[in-house]
Design a protein around this ligand. Structure first.
Ligand SMILES: [Zn+2]
Length: 119
């Protein structure tokens, strides 16, 4: 599979084994204990903070320069920065975190098959 195909797959998080069952609990980024379609034990393969750490780096690299540029061009009051960048950060987290987490689980499934066979 290509990187683009993997990222597209991760944008709609599904079980990496059968690619049909849900990967996360509803309205959450918690991994389900077991796939509803193939009964793979997905709960053992929660990547924990791995996706969050990656996202912190991504947000830091993108939001801090944007806030600095906004300050240089517009120079708004401090409360505008707090509200604006707070909502931007929360929105990016809500949009990107499930995809990153699903992508890491997909990579783990692909490159650590021994871990998945221990189910
Ligand atoms: Zn499955």
């Amino acid at each position: 599979m290509s990187l683009v195909a993997d990222l597209l797959f991760a944008m709609k998080p599904r079980c990496p084994a059968c690619r049909r069952g849900r990967l996360f609990k509803p309205y959450s980024v918690s991994v389900v204990e077991e796939c509803s379609q193939c009964h793979a034990k997905l709960g053992k393969h929660d990547v924990g903070d791995g996706a969050s750490v990656f996202l912190i780096f991504l947000l830091g690299v993108s939001i801090v320069p944007a806030a600095w540029l906004f300050e240089c061009l517009v120079a708004p009051p401090l409360w505008v920065h707090v509200v604006l960048w707070g909502f931007v950060a929360l929105g990016m987290i809500a949009l990107i975190l499930p995809t990153v987490k699903a992508f890491i689980i997909l990579l783990e499934y692909r490159h650590r098959p021994g871990e998945w066979k221990k189910n």
